[in-house]
Each structure stands twice: as C-alpha cells, then as structure tokens.
Design a protein around this ligand. Structure first.
Ligand SMILES: O=C(O)CCC(=O)C(=O)O
Ligand SMILES: [Fe+2]
Length: 350
C-alpha cells in the first residue's frame, strides 16, 4: 500500500523530536552535518536519515514480508528461530516476552542473516521460506548491501570522532566474518479495542547500528533522564537510525544505546496492520564487547569518569547477542530472572 494511503499520524499527541541527518552530506563529509550526527549519537542515540537512497529496496522488502507472512503458519514454523538464541528465521507472535511478568509480544517477524544474503545462492547460516529465496537476489541482497554501506559510512564517521585509529570499528564489523547482522520485517496486527499490549517490549538494540524504515507510528523512545515514553513520528522517505549496545560499549558510553519499545500505531493508524523493516549491523561473532580504551584517549577518559559503569562485558558479540535472544523466548522463561537475563546496556547505564 503506498504510504500516501495511510491515515496520518495524529497531531494531538506528543512526539519526540529527532535531528534530521542528510546522508548525502554525511557521505560528502560535510563538517556541520557530521557535528549534528555526533550530537544525535551522543545525546539520544536516535536520528532521522534522509537521502539514504534505499527506498526502492525497502519497498521490495515490504513486499517480501507480505508474501512471507501470507504463507500458512505450518510452513512458516518450518523456519522458526528456535529456543537456543539463534535469531535468523521466523518468529511467531507470542514467542517472546515483553516484560518481567512474561506478558507476550504481538509481532511476528522474519530475520534474514547478512551472511546468507551475501553468500546466496549458497546457504551460510540457515535456509528460508520460498518467498524469501525467490527475492534473495532481486531484493534482499541489494537491500542488505546498501544498508551495510549506509551503516559502514556512519561507523567511519563515529570512528573518527571517537579518535580511534583508522578502521578500528570497520574491522570489528567485517563483511567476511559471520555476525548477527540481519534484515528484519515485522508485522503487528491491527489494535483491538481496549488493547494496550506492547508489540515489542522496552529494549536497547543488541548490535551497533539499526537502520529502520517505518510507515506507521508505534515506536516510542524513553526520553533520556526521565521516565516518559514519547512516540517517534514516521516521516515518509526518512529512515530512523539508532545506536545499539555494542557501539555504546566500544565508545565507553559516549554513544548512547537508548531504550525504546513498540506499541500499536496511535489514532486512526491503529486500525491497520503495522509493518516495519530494520537492518541491524552487529559486530563479528568473535569480537569482544569492551570499551576501546587502549585505542582512544577520549574513550579512556569517558570510562575513567564513570567508574560505576562496567564496560568489560567479558562477552563476545555472539555471546551477548545469543543470550539476549534466548532469554526473551517465553519457552525459556522460569520467572522474572529470565527477563533480566535478556537485558542489555540499561544496567551499564543504571
Ligand atoms: O518497529 C519498530 O518501529 C522498531 C523495531 C525495533 O525496535 C526492533 O526490531 O528492535
Ligand atoms: Fe529495537
């Protein structure tokens, strides 16, 4: 459905302003735009990105999502992600908890590994439904490659601003090493009257950078230093980008991995199915998640200034990621401690 057919996001509810960053200017290394990206990355950890050049590929991904979710449940379940912490594949609605009480999530999604999109027609990590295979070459691989370009460019900018040696962040996100990087399409059913269920519970993202394409509202950020949640209004043609745990940890907390969640779309949009598309860039599986204090004096200063925060996770990116996925799954739930075990840097940040 073209975005112009959607009922508008209501104009009478508070929204959180994000800086609009122009990717063309970032690519051209425009200093003023880089300063604004830095401000967005350090203060909120979320920003809009315009002129990213991925709209057509994103539209194809939404079509792939619709084709995949229309398959019979029995077919989709053949490609289910399982309970061991692997994220690639299909997840049915209600397979994850959204909070410590074990309330169930309402979204279904399909995750396609960057490694499979790059290796195609070979399988690197797993197999997928026929609807995914049919679009791997035409849609998914181009989307993944372009999204990687966008996120890698942003990583280079942050690398320089963090005064890290050239390539310090890139080498931790190499194309060749297997990683948790993946493309995700989510589908949330229309809101039922009186329903207050969360589609995705409060979380920080697991990896380094998320590149999100939203058509409807529903995404909320926790406003820093407050307990107030505010909607992020989708703007046509603008992606929403955010920083995840791994990049926040590498930077000694200078870059912010902010809590966010997804509710049903507000106002008149609530009557529609809500689809969203994300590309997650995550470090290579073997990369240890710790502040890069030996490589940057400003990261060292940031860590020294906050002795109460622990940036030595002792975990590889693979361990961090698998733990978080695994303990979200309600099949693994024993009690509130399972939810706690699925958490990210909100504790580092406490
Ligand atoms: O659907 C959205 O707007 C956000 C999705 C999200 O936060 C996630 O998949 O991690
Ligand atoms: Fe997220």
């Amino acid at each position: 459905m073209p975005a112009s057919w959607y009922p508008p996001f209501p104009d009478d509810i508070p929204t959180h302003p994000l800086l609009v960053i122009d990717y063309e200017l970032i690519k051209a290394r425009d200093q003023a735009e880089i300063d604004r990206l830095w401000e967005a990355g350090t203060k909120l950890g979320f920003w809009y990105l315009k002129n990213h050049g991925v709209t057509e590929e994103a539209n194809g991904m939404f079509d792939m999502g619709a084709e995949t979710m229309a398959l019979p449940m029995e077919e989709k379940m053949k490609f289910e992600q399982g309970d061991d912490g692997m994220s690639f594949g299909y997840k049915a609605a209600g397979a994850n908890a959204v909070d410590a009480t074990g309330e169930l999530d309402t979204i279904e999604f399909i995750n396609v590994a960057k490694d499979d999109a790059i290796a195609w027609p070979k399988h690197a990590r797993r197999t997928y439904p026929s609807t995914v295979n049919a679009r791997m070459e035409s849609t998914i691989s181009p989307f993944v490659r372009k999204s990687l370009d966008v996120n890698n460019t942003i990583l280079e900018i942050f690398n320089d601003r963090l005064e890290l040696p050239k390539g310090a962040l890139s080498e931790r996100h190499s194309l060749e090493e297997f990683s948790g990087s993946e493309a995700r399409i989510t589908k949330n059913p229309p809101k039922q009257p009186g329903d207050t269920k969360q589609a995705i519970g409060s979380h920080t993202d697991f990896g380094s950078l998320s590149f999100l394409h939203n058509r409807l509202g529903g995404l909320q950020v926790l406003v820093p230093s407050s307990d107030s949640w505010q909607y992020v209004k989708p703007i046509p043609g603008h992606a929403i980008c955010n920083i995840g745990d791994a990049l926040s940890i590498f930077s000694g907390g200078i870059l912010r991995s902010n809590l966010h969640r997804v509710l049903p779309a507000p106002g008149a949009q609530a009557t529609l199915e809500r689809w969203s598309l994300v590309f997650f860039t995550r470090p290579g599986n073997s990369v240890i998640l710790r502040a890069l204090v030996e490589d940057s004096s400003i990261i060292k200063q940031a860590v020294d200034k906050n002795p109460e925060k622990n940036f030595e996770t002792g975990a590889t990116s693979f361990d961090w990621f698998s733990r978080r996925i695994k303990y979200q799954r309600v099949n693994n739930r024993t009690g509130p401690e399972t939810w706690k075990a699925s958490r990210g840097t909100e504790h580092v940040d406490a």
